[in-house]
Design a protein around this ligand. Structure first.
Ligand code: FAD
Ligand code: 8RB
Length: 466
């Protein structure tokens, strides 16, 4: 029996979401609340019945723009109740003392470490409460765009079924099956740019008494120039650490570290203080995969009113700004709003692509740049002078000279605007600090004039209450 007959002659608009990950589940909650008839097809089993707690603890950084969308969905407080605030970078240099670099201008400007599995469950519950129907163990395999039918496979019992659809929404992640299906129908101009560096996740367990072994209110970075180790806190007292490193063709690289023993020797040399926190390094190294990183750009995100992509499916990015989920949540808010404003799905999808693609491309570029900043610049005296001046100017020009990191992480300034203003600000910072040892020697009044002339205040609706 097809869906169309199963659902009868409902007057409500039918929406079929592929993927019940972070974006798919949140979108389902919002659209169901708006009165659409929503079905979500998710490849994996329902973690709510099988228990996800046995798996590894993977966390993500939630920032203001993602949180703002969760708040609009009525989920902000529930998410924050399970989050750990990170107020700045704790930099662990190869030599010398660790140093703390605040992200914002006050303690209220922070990013939040959240548990991915728990966040996903919370979003799926919200979707179901709002009236969306969730279908697990259903992997999109094939789409017939002419007949508007899709084939779903159950990877457990290998059963196949066909459903009819009006519009498909691809929230099925970086390896999107819907994207592949659309690509066979129309050229999306897909461009895949591998970074050449990969990552491996490692764990820092709690102290014997359950406490955190390193400061819990920071994102820890061990910058080493060409590569780095980072760690984000979990509520349980653990940290999820991630090593980012070239796959091969450089030294060091993952190719040079094939065994747990070679990894241990590498950590002894490069990250001795981190090694002391990782009694399970050898097992983690052997058990956890080394995964790749890439930027994915498409020129087209939709096929008239029949299909549209969002989140990682449309614009996977490298992780270094911690914005993949935040950007995906902004996509969700935009698509929900546009579907509410425009009756024609093709119009809504076209408007969605026009609004979001320039912003996705901007955060993709900024994410690539932030790898250099994290792994190298944070430890560099020139950069630290620029950062000190940046904070000084931010205090003199509140709401006007806003550091790029802050625009991205603590406001809803469109990414493309943050990128553009950030470029202008960086040029000013570099010029003003070049050849200057002590920033106290800089003529701030002259800079004030240039800023008043060159930078308009950020509109109030882009700022968010911290
Ligand atoms: P996903 O969350 O990946 O969801 C895709 C869903 O589709 C999955 O549930 C998948 O099972 C399902 N699916 C896949 N194929 C099919 C199919 N054929 N049929 C049906 N279902 C399918 N972002 C941040 O903002 N901050 C961070 O700190 C951060 N840290 C990260 C850490 C890690 C280790 C990783 C991997 C990513 C991180 N990201 C972070 C990025 C963030 O996870 C993604 O940008 C975000 O999850 C995108 O949401 P999505 O819904 O598009 O994709
Ligand atoms: N995906 C993050 C930042 C910026 C931090 C700063 C960076 C791991 C995969 Cl690498 C990274 C940030 O500029 O000081 N905020 O949030 C999250 C990051 O990595 C996450 C945990 C990650 N994302 C594949 C691995």
């Amino acid at each position: 029996m097809s869906m169309r007959t199963a659902l009868g002659g409902s007057a409500r608009q039918r929406i079929t979401i592929m993927g019940g990950g972070l974006a798919g589940a949140l979108l389902a909650a919002l659209l169901a609340r708006r009165g659409h008839q929503v079905d979500v097809f998710e490849r994996r089993p329902d973690a709510r019945v099988r228990g996800y707690e046995g798996g590894r603890s993977i966390n993500l950084a939630l920032a203001a723009r993602g949180l703002a969308v969760l708040r609009e969905a009525g989920l902000g407080d529930a998410v924050l109740a399970q989050a750990v605030a990170m107020r700045g970078r704790m930099v662990h240099p190869r030599e010398g003392e660790t140093n703390f670099q605040p992200y914002g201008q006050s303690d209220r400007e922070c990013i939040w470490s959240v548990h991915r599995g728990r966040l996903n469950l919370l979003l799926l519950d919200a979707a179901e409460r709002a009236g969306a129907r969730l279908h697990f163990n259903q992997r999109l395999n094939y789409v017939d765009f002419t007949a508007k039918r899709a084939e779903l496979i159950n990877d457990h019992d290998h059963g196949a079924r066909w459903i009819d659809f009006d519009s498909l929404i691809g929230a099925d992640g970086a390896g999107s099956a819907l994207r592949s299906a659309m690509q066979r129908h129309v050229d999306l101009h897909e461009h895949f740019e591998p970074l050449g560096h990969g990552y491996k996740e490692l764990e820092i367990p709690p102290q014997v008494d359950g406490g955190f072994r390193i400061a819990r209110d920071a994102l820890h970075i061990w910058p080493r120039g060409g590569y780095m180790l980072i760690a984000l806190p979990n509520t349980e007292g653990t940290f999820t650490a991630t090593l980012f490193l070239a796959h091969q063709g450089a030294s060091p690289s993952f190719a040079e570290l094939p065994s747990a023993d070679s990894a241990r020797a590498f950590f002894e040399h490069e990250f001795p203080d981190a090694l002391a926190l990782m009694p399970g390094l050898a097992t983690d190294w052997a058990d956890n995969p080394t995964s790749g990183l890439a930027t994915l750009r498409l020129k087209r995100w939709h096929l008239d009113g029949r299909a549209v992509l969002l989140g990682d499916a449309a614009h996977a990015m490298v992780p270094f700004h911690g914005q993949g989920m935040n950007c995906a949540f902004e996509d969700v808010a935009a698509l929900d709003r546009l579907l509410g404003e425009r009756a024609d799905r093709g119009d809504a999808f076209a408007a969605f692509e026009a609004e979001r693609r320039p912003n996705a491309e901007a955060i993709q570029a900024m994410a690539l740049e932030n790898y250099i900043e994290m792994r190298d610049s944070v430890d560099n005296p020139d950069w630290r002078r620029q950062r000190a001046l940046e904070l000084l100017l931010a205090e003199r020009h509140p709401g006007r000279f806003v550091p790029r990191y802050s625009m991205v992480s603590f406001t809803r300034t469109p990414y493309a605007v943050a990128f553009e203003r950030g470029r202008w600000q960086r040029e000013l910072l570099v010029a003003a600090t070049s050849g200057v040892e002590d920033i106290a020697a800089i003529d701030l009044v002259a800079l004030d004039a240039r800023i008043a002339e060159g930078l308009a205040p950020l509109p109030a609706h882009w700022r968010v209450a911290a």
